[in-house]
Design a protein around this ligand. Structure first.
Ligand code: AMP
Length: 188
């Protein structure tokens, strides 16, 4: 019987943090190593908000190299720094190969496709999509700040985020927004 040479043992170095630039558009792989965890806040207060959020969640799942891995309940909230009817809000977690600015481009295209108008800052909107977090990335470029700079002020972000990722929302942050009106709506 032919003897195989002894297998050489190699000790794998831990990969360490992957350097990531905001506009890195590395194509999607299938192994998952180049995927990132992103949290996206969804909101709508014009038109059929429930249908809009559902449609947006389907569209998020169709983004390149992207899976929606968790979705919170839908919540009805009173407008904060905005006006018009109550909002419907939710938060989704994505596993995505999109780079941060590429993800923002996709979100803004979905907002536009939903008929989003921007007549003035914080105007009522058919669809608002914000990136809350992208892994543990800290980014401050004109188009994109991460983590989202106002996420800790808003019950409509923190309550659904705490539902799907409780470890990301310290209890004192939730307590700080306890005065804001928010209620889950029954799913059907
Ligand atoms: P709005 O759609 O009114 O929430 O504001 C969107 C604007 O905020 C756009 O100009 C974005 O480029 C900018 N922006 C900055 N950081 C973020 C973020 N984390 N998620 C979404 N939009 C962001």
């Amino acid at each position: 019987m032919r003897r195989l040479p002894p297998r050489r043992k190699t000790i794998a170095e831990p990969p360490g943090p992957t350097p990531l630039s905001a506009d890195d558009s590395t194509p999607a792989g299938h192994g998952g190593a180049d995927r990132h965890d992103a949290f996206v806040a969804l909101g709508a207060n014009l038109g059929d908000a429930r249908a809009t959020l559902r449609h947006a969640l389907d569209a998020l799942a169709r983004l390149p190299g992207t899976a929606v891995t968790a979705v919170s309940s839908f919540y009805r909230t009173a407008p904060v720094d905005s006006d018009g009817p109550d909002y419907l809000n939710a938060v989704a977690r994505l596993r995505t190969a999109c780079a941060p600015l590429e993800l923002l481009d996709h979100l803004q295209a979905l907002e536009d496709a939903a008929g989003r108008q921007r007549p003035y800052r914080n105007a009522p909107r058919t669809l608002d999509l914000d990136v809350l977090r992208y892994d543990d990335l800290r980014l401050d470029v004109p188009r994109l700040q991460l983590p989202h700079p106002r996420m800790y002020e808003r019950a409509f972000v923190l309550v659904p985020l705490a539902e799907i990722a409780p470890g990301l929302v310290p209890p004192d942050c939730l307590a700080a927004v306890a005065g804001q009106v928010i209620s889950p709506i029954p799913s059907d």
